[in-house]
Design a protein around this ligand. Structure first.
Ligand code: 2DT
Length: 209
């Protein structure tokens, strides 16, 4: 059996990640691929509930370090589930992951490497699709500004931190400017197919030995 594909969809707030992850799930489902969507932060776990309060209640204070470690711990709460799904041949789509963790916290001034270290050892995505506006129209989108972090100047700093990952071997930037939801969906699907084919070919080589 092929190991499932692990795909992370990343990007700034309001770049269409949630729309695209649910569309991807639907398409995988229609194509007969058994897939699961996990969104981070996963706000329903014990740690996720604290994170939710932190994000929605500006009076709830945490040091930047504590908040960072909670976001990471939230991923570790799900790490075994992700690994088990992949080993069972299921595809897992992540709406945000380690890269959001590092980008948002290092944008606050915490050292980049320090931010990365608590996540070391988590399952590595086969592909990270970074949804990016060349021009910052995400700040004018509906609903922007309701939660902590939804401030234009901060978003710009987060973007700079995200871009430090752009030379990683699993990183792919998807430019979303002037593209319809369907067009972005097609780009994402094409990237998924490349990775899925690679996995199948790797398995074939292995079984031939
Ligand atoms: P959503 O709007 O996507 O629910 O995210 N964040 C997220 C961090 O600061 N660190 C993390 O590790 C993750 C996963 C990004 C809520 C906010 O939480 C931020 C936006």
């Amino acid at each position: 059996m092929t190991r499932g594909v692990l795909i992370a969809i990343e990007g700034l707030d309001r770049t269409g990640k949630t729309t695209q992850t649910s569309r991807l799930l639907e398409r995988l489902d229609k194509s007969g691929v058994d897939a699961t969507l996990i969104k981070f932060p996963e706000r329903t776990t014990p740690i996720g509930r604290i994170i939710n309060t932190y994000l929605t209640d500006k009076a709830f204070e945490l040091s930047d370090q504590s908040a960072h470690l909670l976001f990471s711990a939230n991923r570790w709460e799900l790490a075994e589930k992700i690994r088990n799904l992949l080993e069972d041949g299921k595809t897992v789509v992540l709406d945000r992951y380690v890269y959001s963790g590092v980008a948002y916290s290092s944008a606050k001034g915490l050292p980049f490497d320090w931010c990365l270290s608590p996540d070391l050892g988590l399952p590595k995505p086969d592909i990270v699709l970074f949804m990016k506006f060349k021009h910052e129209d995400n700040v004018t989108r509906e609903g922007f500004g309701e939660e902590r972090y939804e401030v234009a100047e901060f978003q710009q700093r987060v973007k700079t931190q995200f871009e430090k990952f752009q030379n990683e071997d699993n990183w792919k930037t998807i430019y979303v400017d002037n593209k319809s939801i369907e067009e972005v969906g097609e780009l994402i699907w094409a990237e998924y197919e490349v990775v899925a084919r690679r996995e199948r070919e790797a398995l074939q080589k292995f079984t031939k030995l």
